[in-house]
Each structure stands twice: as structure tokens, then as C-alpha cells.
Design a protein around this ligand. Structure first.
Ligand code: FES
Length: 266
């Protein structure tokens, strides 16, 4: 850590983590820190996970085949659209909104800024550059579109839940297969991820200074409390939903390719 006086807490000033943060921000070289914990482990694991899951999702989206098996539809291809004039994979027609929504998510931004840019590296760890402009300039200023992408992400959930209904319908009757459960789990987690969004929480109640003075203040407060609880687990929903959606696609794909057979439970 630097000997710059700015890195030492002033009498009556910030202490502990806050002082350490100041130390990193003011003059520490890249990676320099007084932290003794494995601060690099989380960005490393998260970066690897994002690479693996992102590579699988990209590969699956470009395939354009084996996305359907009987009444199961891969969530990457929902809603399924196959216009005659479109020569590529149908997933490429529908993935823009969910991909944009996830790519600009406040949590994922934190994860991939740390994992891939090391900027910020971690709390109280020296950064690779000193001129921080945040997301106020191109291209990162475009991340602010996230608050609008929520309006596209929510309607897609209706299609995904219709896929769940279909996944539990075998030859016109209710049934349960392992694929039904995989698709249900995927879409449940996608719904929890979407409804735990920071932008949605703000929409529900973030702009209200006084619930008892606002129109429908009581229900809005309850909705805001629910959104706040979901939001406090947003990181978990982000990871579980990403794993679940890839798993559901993989299950449908392997069944369609004949590598495995769907297991009917009911
Ligand atoms: S903040 Fe993560 S989805 Fe909106």
C-alpha cells in the first residue's frame, strides 16, 4: 500500500474498509492492496463461469437445430419464430432483448467489469488506471438502456410460461417429464431474476417519497417490499437462472439428438 497520507485515515475521518478504499483509489499501483483475503478468487471464478456459460449459450443459439423435442422448447428459442425470409437460427431473432437485458444488468456489470477488465479490480485493491469516468461516456454510457429493456424482458416471460404449460402437456393431457421440470425450473428462475431487477424495484416504489400520500400507496408499498426482498437476492437469481436456462436447453438438445431419452414421471 502506498505511503501517501491520503491512504491513512485522518483523525475523525473514515476508517477500516473506507480508509482502505481511499488507499486503493489514491495512488496504489495495479493490484496493490493490504487485503489478506483471497480477493481475486471471486472475480476469477465468476469470469470463468461467464466464459463457459456464455460460450455454451452462443453456440446453442447459433445451431438452429435440436431446439425442440416433442412438447419441449428450448428457452433460447422462445418465442419461436421461423419466417421464410430468415436464413439463420430462429434464436437470433428473439435473443436480442434478453441478451441486452442480461448484459446491461447492474449485477453482471459488476461481475464482468471486475473479471474481464479488472476495473475496479476489487474493493481496496489498486486499479489499472486512475482516470475513472464510470459509465458517463461512450460506449459504457449505453449501459443505461437497461432501465428500458425491462419493458421488453417482462413480456417475454408470458411466452416462456406458455412453454411451461406445453411442457406439462403430453398428447393433450397433463403429464410430467424431466424436461417439464427443467423448463419449469428455468422459467421460474428467469422470472425471479427479472422481478428482482433494480430498475423494476425503482419502477414499483423507488420514485415514491411517501407511500401513504401516493395513489394506491398501500399495495405499492407491499409490492415494493416484495421487489426489495427479491432484489436482495438478485445475484443468486442471476447465476441460478443462467445455469438453469443453459441446462434446460441442453436437456432438450440431448433428447432431440437422441443422446438421452426423456424420463416420464407421470
Ligand atoms: S439489475 Fe439485473 S436485471 Fe436489472
Amino acid at each position: 500500500m502506498t505511503n501517501d497520507p491520503a491512504s491513512s485515515p485522518a483523525p475523525g475521518g473514515p476508517s477500516g474498509a473506507a480508509a482502505a478504499w481511499r488507499g486503493a483509489a489514491y495512488g496504489a499501483s495495479f493490484g496493490e492492496t493490504e487485503r489478506r483475503d483471497s480477493w481475486w478468487l471471486q472475480p476469477l471464478v465468476q469470469g470463468l463461469a461467464l466464459l463457459v456459460l456464455g460460450a455454451y449459450a452462443t453456440w446453442a443459439a447459433f445451431q438452429g437445430v435440436h431446439y425442440r423435442f416433442g412438447n419441449y422448447l428450448s428457452p433460447f428459442y422462445s418465442p419461436l419464430m421461423k419466417p421464410k425470409w430468415w436464413p439463420l437460427s430462429p434464436a437470433l431473432l428473439v435473443l436480442g432483448a434478453p441478451l441486452g437485458f442480461r448484459g446491461t444488468c447492474y449485477y453482471y456489470r459488476k461481475a464482468y467489469y471486475r473479471a474481464f477488465f479488472a476495473d475496479p479490480t476489487a474493493c481496496a485493491v489498486g486499479e489499472p488506471r486512475k482516470g475513472y469516468v464510470g459509465e458517463s461516456r461512450f460506449p459504457f454510457v449505453l449501459q443505461n438502456v437497461h432501465r428500458y429493456l425491462i419493458y421488453l424482458a417482462i413480456p417475454i416471460l408470458f411466452f416462456l410460461w406458455w412453454d411451461v404449460v406445453n411442457a406439462f402437456t403430453f398428447e393433450g393431457r397433463f403429464g410430467i417429464g424431466l424436461g417439464s421440470i427443467a423448463i419449469l425450473a428455468s422459467n421460474t428462475l428467469l422470472t425471479l431474476y427479472t422481478f428482482s431487477c433494480h430498475s423494476l424495484r425503482h419502477l414499483v416504489g423507488g420514485r415514491v417519497d411517501c407511500f401513504s400520500c401516493a395513489v394506491a400507496g398501500g399495495p405499492r408499498r407491499r409490492a415494493w417490499l416484495g421487489a426489495s426482498w427479491l432484489n436482495s437476492h438478485h445475484m443468486g437469481w442471476a447465476w441460478w437462472s443462467l445455469c438453469a436456462v443453459c441446462s434446460a436447453d441442453l436437456y432438450v438438445r440431448l433428447c432431440s439428438m437422441g443422446v438421452i431419452h426423456d424420463v416420464r414421471l407421470f
